[in-house]
Design a protein around this ligand. Structure first.
Ligand SMILES: Cc1cc2nc3c(=O)[nH]c(=O)nc-3n(C[C@H](O)[C@H](O)[C@H](O)COP(=O)(O)OP(=O)(O)OC[C@H]3O[C@@H](n4cnc5c(N)ncnc54)[C@H](O)[C@@H]3O)c2cc1C
Length: 371
């Protein structure tokens, strides 16, 4: 049986690892040319009942605890005028309910747990035709089971559904303060050890402490048209001008928040957020399935990677339970996955709606008090 997993993100790698633990081989075709080819981005909060459950099934929970940052659970929520609404500081002995982990550390943990040659780097899937994978470099491969773990713009998804991601009215500009404790100790102290959120009318300024001492800063704009990066006038080709533009955009916010933007270096990344329809399903096929963002892309409010990890682990367990009956394994996996991830997508959509609202900070305050 040849299991081809397209995509070596958290979901695809969790699947490969759980299969390996259960004595089943798989091949992961990954577009990146190496594990260092691309920065993996910031932090992920990994939840006890989903992402951590997956890592336990993968036999990696101890390794995870070694790289998890419990203090990253700290959270500060503020209003644009500087009013502090919520401050949660994590006691040293607090349970690791939602610790933060650097994306790169998590990916390395998963990659290091796989036999050599499981991941075939530099294999960008172009299309699938008559049961054959065609890669961008002209090479091909066959499979008995194909798993699309290739994220938002999945090339496998069209085999199962016509659904496409739609723009969610959100754009983010990601900036960075390297070595923040040394270079900007006052701002580092303001951000604290975890997540720092300032929620305004249609805009958010967020900052996040990373394990390597950098602070990532996100300027997020809501209710934006799809072409906002080209129509807003933001001069993305010039980092200094981008910072100046953002400072102007947030000019009526507390000066300390503007200082966060001004302190960033020239690293600028952009994100245009899209989502799949909540509750997306498809008719099962005996030889193809999807997991993670390829199956249920949702607003980035803390569920996506957790769901992807658990999808991968549970699909691996379903295949291990039915090694000679892939169609049954797929049906069992998809039934549970559709149900679980539609609940998470509905909740994520509700939080996204709150963040888009003019009174986002008050709504989120009420939400946190109820949680
Ligand atoms: C700004 C931001 C912040 C987020 N924060 C959080 C958070 O705190 N917590 C959380 O749970 N989630 C978070 N998410 C969501 C999370 O990043 C995703 O849900 C998660 O990464 C999905 O994992 P995945 O394995 O399905 O896909 P991905 O992580 O997208 O991995 C897909 C992999 O497939 C590869 N690939 C893509 N196309 C091809 C191709 N054609 N051929 C071969 N390989 C291909 C890619 O290179 C990649 O390695 C955030 C998302 C964003 C945008």
């Amino acid at each position: 049986m040849t299991i081809a997993i397209v995509g070596g993100g958290p979901g695809g790698l969790a699947l490969a690892r759980v299969l390996h633990v259960n004595g089943i081989d798989a091949v992961v075709y990954e577009r990146d040319h190496s594990r260092q080819a691309r920065g993996q981005g910031g932090m992920l909060d990994i939840h006890a009942d989903t992402g951590q459950r997956a890592l336990r099934e993968a036999g990696l929970i101890d390794g995870f605890h070694a790289i998890a940052r419990g203090e990253g659970q700290d959270m500060r929520l503020l209003e644009p005028d500087g009013t502090l609404l919520v401050q949660e500081d994590t006691p040293d002995d607090a349970p690791l309910a939602r610790p933060e982990v650097d994306r790169a550390d998590l990916r390395n943990l998963l990659l290091d747990s796989l036999p050599d040659h499981t991941v075939r780097w530099g294999h960008a899937l172009d299309h699938v035709e008559d049961g054959v994978l065609h890669f961008a470099d002209g090479s091909t491969a066959t499979y008995d089971l194909l798993v699309g773990a290739d994220g938002a713009a999945s090339r496998v998804r069209p085999l199962l559904t016509d659904a496409r991601p739609a723009h969610a009215g959100q754009h983010a500009v990601e900036l960075c303060i390297p070595d923040a404790d040394r270079t900007h100790p006052d701002l580092a102290a303001m951000v604290g050890r975890g997540n720092f959120w300032v929620l305004g009318n249609g805009k958010t300024l967020a900052a996040q402490r990373n394990g390597d001492g950098r602070v990532r800063v996100y300027a997020v704009f809501y209710n934006t048209p799809e072409d906002w990066f080209t129509t807003s006038g933001i001069p993305l080709d010039d980092p200094a001008a981008t910072r100046a533009w953002l400072v102007e955009e947030f000019a009526d916010w507390h000066p300390d928040f503007l200082a966060l933007i001004a302190a960033c270096d020239d690293t600028v990344q952009t994100r245009s957020i899209s989502t799949l329809p909540v509750g997306l399903t498809w008719e099962p096929r005996p030889d193809v399935t999807l997991l993670g963002d390829a199956a249920h892309l949702m607003p980035p409010v803390g569920e996506g990677a957790n769901m992807a990890l658990l999808d991968g682990a549970l699909l691996g367990l379903a295949l291990a339970a039915h090694p000679d009956d892939i169609p049954t394994a797929i049906k069992d996996y998809e039934r549970e996955m559709f149900d679980r991830t539609s609940t998470a997508a509905r909740m994520s959509a509700r939080i996204h709606e709150m963040l888009c609202a003019p009174d986002a900070s008050r709504r989120m305050l009420t939400f946190f008090r109820r949680e």
